[in-house]
Design a protein around this ligand. Structure first.
Ligand code: GLA
Length: 726
């Protein structure tokens, strides 16, 4: 059994194959006892951690617990005696900001429960997942907070989410509701997060905890790019392969929070959930509210295993749809080839070259609609520009199909240009606040997805365009984040609900559109990886990882993102040189081998490609068709990190361990230095593996313990080694 309740000891055990998560009911408060490697029995809290220090506030608990302010808690509230950062806070109709939650009861479900209206993990046939529901109740205010723990036993994953129910006759205002909270007994940890900016997403940062508050978050209406919704604590000596790593990622695409408050007794409180900053929710009588799901991945075998557990659950229990398990399309996107300056003939020329190379799909990016010849206009006017495309989308799609290619199209559905027919007809359809400017970014405003009429309009134009034209793929872009985020239809007291209501609107649209068009592959994008999160991946199994398509920069971005997300979720294309963002020249081989493990494609004018590059591209496509499955469904091992030097190596091992692919990248050459040794991981030690290029055969143990030797004496060199079990 994954969930065991020890009624005598008031303890709750959540066991996965290799991990345990334990908490205890201490005088009505939930105390966090343990999260780590599997143990069958944990001593009671009273014996577990010596409680040092004197509480500065009332001693609300009997000895030896003393005060809720020093108890290690599982979910904390504001206003009583725990004065650390709360996981829940609200203001009631009498003006009181005090909530006092006490344990009321629990239920165990032999199924996976999920937060309503929000993306979440799910089970497949045959998966075993139990859910523990714990009800905490405020007797005075008649508020229930339900904590849900879903245990994916075989996957070493637990997920958590929260539901709040107002059982009273009166409304109240909720201003913080976290999905995950746990207090740790000591602070000997590093905090790891993935920070970024436009064109520099997913960079890894690791810093020791300090006493005080350290947090990462988003306030801009989308999850990134400043930080990926991810946080981990790791022992100071945790490496890729050893040591404790506690990872959390939020299944949410809007304003989020992840933080660690280390208190005066050096004990960290780790929390994750909706960002309390500028958040309020009016809870009417009888109303319930769901906070998003957090995916928890603990490993005692280092960060690599923590990541592999995330990859597994994201791939198999989060991403959905017809393309979840299939190899997707090698595509060519015309953005960097033409930007908005194209004609139908030009597009056909690129499609012709694509067909010759063996590409599967042609994607038409921005610029096909309204009067869109520059970014200044037409978002919202989703009708084809027949001056540019005289045969319309249908005619163009059919011509492309006739070449044996599928056809994909770019949209930015959540946006509106002030210069658009849509804006002229509906000036109040954008997010705005009365009396303030509507500040454009990239000449555009954000549609108000808190409104049902706006959501219906988006569903309608997408439904029409996707039904009337031969479209197999949609790139769903979102190129600005929020400013002056108010809504014309919401009352004054509901204005701080805008950011979350927007997400609920977006998720309802995505649910409707992706369900109606199961054969369309959706790829997320927000100026690259500005909204790369587990929420989006529930609807779209891949995201354009970055607008920086330079191979060297992508080594950092893709390695960083791989901390949480599998390569199957990362759009990665070969682009032209000099690179359009960073003006770096890199050989086709490096561009190709960096993009190959992701969702592979091209982002350049194929009709202008040299014969030499065409030959290389054909080889890349062949390799992708042959090994895509290993990259996307195999286990990933980061053999060395680009963040630690000028070379890096990624390894992918097929599920049956029969195929092993090693990608070696060297950015800066150095002469007269020792050979680089790379030891492989995750192989079958007793088996023999053949290097398919040289025909040489090595033992799995040899490859893992002696490793492979390679030179690093030239700039921008790389290699792809394939080993097959013999
Ligand atoms: C964003 C995307 C790009 C491209 C442009 C089009 O920047 O990230 O890939 O689609 O928009 O305007």
């Amino acid at each position: 059994m994954a969930i065991i309740v020890n009624e005598q000891k008031n303890q709750f055990y959540l066991h996965t194959k290799n991990t345990s998560y334990v908490f205890e009911n201490v005088c009505g408060l939930l105390a966090h006892s343990y999260w780590g490697k599997r143990v069958e029995d944990v001593p009671p809290m009273a014996e577990l951690y010596p409680l040092t220090g004197i509480a500065l506030v009332a001693a609300d608990l009997p000895e030896p617990y003393r005060s809720s302010d020093i108890l290690l808690q599982e979910y904390s509230t504001y206003g009583s005696c725990d004065l650390r950062t709360p996981s829940f806070s609200a203001v009631y109709s009498d003006g009181s900001p005090i909530t006092k939650l006490a344990f009321k009861g629990y239920k165990i479900y032999n199924e996976k429960l999920s937060p309503k209206g929000l993306p979440a993990t799910y089970t497949n046939e045959g998966d075993i997942c139990q859910t523990l529901e714990v009800e905490l109740f405020d007797e005075l205010k008649k508020v229930s907070v339900f904590l849900y723990y879903c245990v994916f036993e075989e996957k070493d994953i637990i997920t958590r989410f929260t539901k709040v129910v107002n059982n009273s006759e009166e409304a109240f205002t909720m201003n913080s509701v976290q999905s995950f909270c746990a207090d740790f007994p000591h602070m000997n940890y590093d905090m790891i997060n993935l920070h970024g900016a436009w064109a520099r997403e997913g960079h890894i940062e690791r810093k020791p905890l300090f006493v005080g508050t350290q947090q990462v978050n988003s306030k801009n209406g989308a999850s990134g790019p400043n930080h990926v919704p991810f946080i981990a604590l790791a022992d100071k000596d945790t490496t890729e392969d050893s040591g404790d790593a506690f990872g959390l990622t939020l299944v949410y695409s809007g304003n989020w929070y992840a933080g660690v408050d280390v208190d005066r007794h050096f004990r960290p409180r780790l929390m994750m959930g909706l960002n309390p900053f500028n958040f309020e929710w009016q809870m009417k009588s009888g109303e319930e509210f769901y906070a998003p799901e957090v995916i928890m991945s603990y490993s005692s075998q280092g960060l690599g295993q923590m990541s592999r557990q995330f990859h597994n659950i994201v791939r198999e229990n989060l991403c959905r749809g017809n393309y979840r398990d299939t190899e997707r399309f090698v595509l060519v996107n015309n953005w960097e080839a033409t930007y908005m300056d194209f004609t139908e003939d030009k597009l056909i020329e690129i499609a012709d070259a694509a067909a010759e190379l063996g590409v599967d799909m042609f994607v038409l990016d921005d610029g096909w609609f309204g009067k869109r010849n520059t970014a200044t206009t037409s978002l919202g006017d989703w009708y084809v520009n027949t001056e540019k495309l005289p045969s319309g989308l249908k005619g163009l799609g059919e011509k492309i199909n006739a070449k044996g290619l599928k056809f994909g199209l770019w949209f930015e559905p959540e946006m509106i240009s002030p210069d658009s027919d849509l804006y002229r007809a509906h000036p109040d359809w954008c997010l705005h606040t009365n009396g303030r400017p509507r500040t454009p970014c990239r000449y555009q405003l954000t549609l108000d997805l808190t409104r049902k009429d706006v959501c219906d309009y988006i569903v309608d134009f997408l439904t029409k365009t996707l039904s009337e034209n031969p479209i197999n793929y949609v790139k769903w872009d979102m190129n600005r984040h929020f400013s002056e985020a108010g809504s014309a239809l919401l009352a004054a007291k509901n204005q701080r609900e805008v950011a979350h209501r927007y997400m609920l609107g977006l998720y309802s649209i995505l649910e409707r559109v992706t369900t109606a068009f199961p054969n369309v592959l959706f790829e997320g994008c927000s100026s690259g990886g500005g909204r790369f999160d587990a929420g989006i991946l529930h609807y779209m199994p891949q995201v354009w990882s970055s607008d920086d398509s330079d191979a060297v920069e992508r080594l950092y971005i893709q390695e960083g993102l791989s901390t949480v997300f599998p390569f199957s979720t990362m759009g990665a294309h070969v682009s032209a040189v000099p690179n359009h963002q960073i003006e770096r020249n890199t050989p086709i081989k490096l561009r190709g081998l960096v993009a190959l493990p992701g969702q592979f494609g091209f982002e350049l004018d194929l009709s202008k490609m040299s014969e030499e590059d065409k030959t290389a591209s054909k080889e890349l496509i062949k390799a992708y068709k042959q090994y895509g499955e290993v990259f996307h469904r195999g286990e990933y091992f980061k053999l060395s990190s680009i963040f630690k030097g000028q070379n890096t190596a990624w390894e992918f091992v097929s599920e049956d361990k029969n195929t092993v692919i090693v990608m070696l990248y060297n950015i800066q050459g150095k002469l007269a230095v020792p050979h680089k040794v790379t030891k492989l991981k995750g192989l079958d030690a007793a088996a023999k593996y053949e290097d398919i290029k040289t025909g040489k055969v090595y033992g799995g143990d040899t490859l893992m313990n002696l490793g492979i030797f390679h030179d690093c004496d030239h700039d921008q060199t790389c290699d792809m080694l394939v080993f097959k079990k013999v």
